[in-house]
Write a protein that binds this ligand. Structure first.
Ligand code: ZN
Ligand code: ZN
Length: 352
C-alpha cells in the first residue's frame, strides 16, 4: 500500500510503498475513504510545541517515532478483519476513533483512552490515514456515522470531538449561560454549531480578525469582540450579562489565557484547548478567592465521540467547506494549511 510519511521533522512527506497489513485477532483493516488534514498535523509534522520563554516540547520525547504516517481523522471501508471481530462486515463504512490508549491501564478502563500514558493514537504513535489503508487495533474503535457524508464525518474525530469534549467540561451551564469562545477559526465555528445542537444559551466570540468576527456574527454569535480592544474584558462581561461562567480557549496563547483568567467570574471555568503556546503568571490567591477552574482539554473519549455522532446524526451541523484532494497531494495540502490558504477542510482520499 502507498502511504505518505514524515521521515524527517518539517521536511516534505515521503511516498512509501509498504506491504498492506493483514489483520489478526481483533484488528480491522480499512480502505481509506477520507482522511482529514488537521491543524495539529502541522505540530506532528514539525515535531514540537512552543512552551513559551524560548522553550519547546519535542514530540519525540513523548514517544513519537519516525517515519510516521499522519492522519487521525479517517473514514474507511472495512475490507478485512481478524477472527475475533464479530461486529463489522466487509463493505461497512466507519469512522475510526483515533485517540487510542493501551486499553489496559486504569485510565483506559475508565474510558479516557485519550489520556493514557501509553498512547497508540492513530496518525501520531501508529500509522494513520494518509495512506491507502488503515489498520485499527480493535473494532470497538469504529463508529457507524450513518448518512453523514464521509468527508464531513472524518473531521468529527478530531475538531468536532475537541470542541465537544471542551463543552462537556462546562457541564450544564452551557444551557443557562453564554459561553465565551476564544478563536473563531474552524474549531470555534464548529464549537458554536455543537453548542447550538446542545441547546446552548449562546456564544460570545473573541477573535482579532474582523473577518472571523463577522463570520461568527453571521453564525449567530450573541456578540463578536476584538480581544485587543482596550475595554475587551468589560465588553465580554457586559455581553455575558455581568458574569462570565464558562470560556473555551481555542488559541491557547499567553494573551488569550490571560484574558480568559481575567474575564472569569467567581466559580467560573476556563477550558484551554488551543496549542498556540506561551506562558502566563497567575497570582495564586486568586485561584481560591475566585474559586477558579483552569482546565485543559485534549480531544475527547470514545464515548464522547459516539455521543457527538448521535448528536450530529439527529441534528446535522452546518456543512464545513471541503477541498477533496488525492492522497498524492498530501504535501501540498499540509503546506497550504501552514500558509493559511485553506478555507474549511482538506480531505485526502480517492475521488470515488
Ligand atoms: Zn492505557
Ligand atoms: Zn486533529
Amino acid at each position: 500500500m502507498k502511504s505518505y510519511a514524515v521521515c524527517e521533522c518539517g521536511a516534505p512527506l515521503e511516498a512509501r510503498e509498504e506491504p498492506t497489513p493483514e489483520p489478526t485477532g481483533s484488528e480491522v483493516l480499512l480502505r481509506v475513504v477520507a482522511a482529514g488534514v488537521c491543524h495539529s498535523d502541522l505540530h506532528f509534522w514539525e515535531g514540537t510545541y512552543d512552551l513559551g520563554g524560548g522553550k519547546q516540547l519535542k514530540l519525540s520525547d513523548r514517544g513519537m517515532t519516525l517515519p510516521l504516517t499522519m492522519g487521525h481523522e479517517t473514514v474507511g471501508e472495512v475490507i478485512a478483519f481478524g477472527p475475533d471481530v464479530k461486529d463489522v462486515k466487509v463493505g461497512d463504512r466507519r469512522l475510526a476513533y483515533p485517540w487510542i490508549g493501551c486499553g489496559e491501564c486504569k485510565v483506559c478502563q475508565r474510558g479516557d483512552e485519550q489520556l493514557c500514558l501509553k498512547p497508540r493514537f492513530l496518525g501520531v504513535f501508529r500509522p494513520g490515514g494518509y495512506s491507502e489503508h488503515l489498520l485499527v487495533p480493535h473494532s470497538r474503535y469504529l463508529i457507524d456515522y450513518g448518512d453523514i457524508p464521509p468527508e464531513q464525518a472524518a473531521p468529527l474525530a478530531c475538531s468536532g470531538l475537541t470542541a465537544y469534549g471542551a463543552l462537556r467540561k462546562l457541564g450544564g451551564l452551557v444551557q443557562t449561560e453564554a459561553v465565551v469562545i476564544i478563536g473563531a477559526g474552524g474549531l470555534g465555528l464548529i464549537c458554536m454549531s455543537i453548542l447550538k445542537s446542545l441547546g446552548g444559551h449562546g456564544a460570545i466570540v473573541l477573535d482579532i480578525d474582523p473577518a472571523k468576527r463577522e463570520a461568527a456574527q453571521q453564525a449567530g454569535a450573541l456578540a463578536a469582540i476584538d480581544p485587543n480592544a482596550p475595554d475587551a474584558i468589560q465588553q465580554v462581561v457586559a455581553a455575558a450579562n455581568g458574569a462570565v461562567w464558562g470560556i473555551v480557549d481555542f488559541v491557547g496563547s499567553s494573551a488569550t489565557v490571560r484574558l480568559g483568567v481575567d474575564c472569569l467570574t467567581k466559580g467560573g471555568k476556563l477550558i484551554v484547548v488551543g496549542l498556540f503556546g506561551g506562558e502566563i503568571t497567575i497570582s495564586t490567591p486568586y485561584i481560591p478567592i475566585k474559586a477558579m477552574t483552569l482546565q485543559g482539554s485534549y480531544t475527547g473519549s470514545l464515548a464522547e465521540l459516539k455521543e457527538l455522532i448521535d448528536l450530529v446524526r439527529g441534528a446535522p451541523l452546518p456543512l464545513v467547506p471541503v477541498d477533496r484532494r488525492p492522497l498524492e497531494e498530501a504535501n501540498a495540502a499540509l503546506t497550504d494549511l501552514k500558509d493559511g490558504k485553506v478555507i474549511g477542510r482538506v480531505v485526502l482520499g480517492p475521488t470515488v
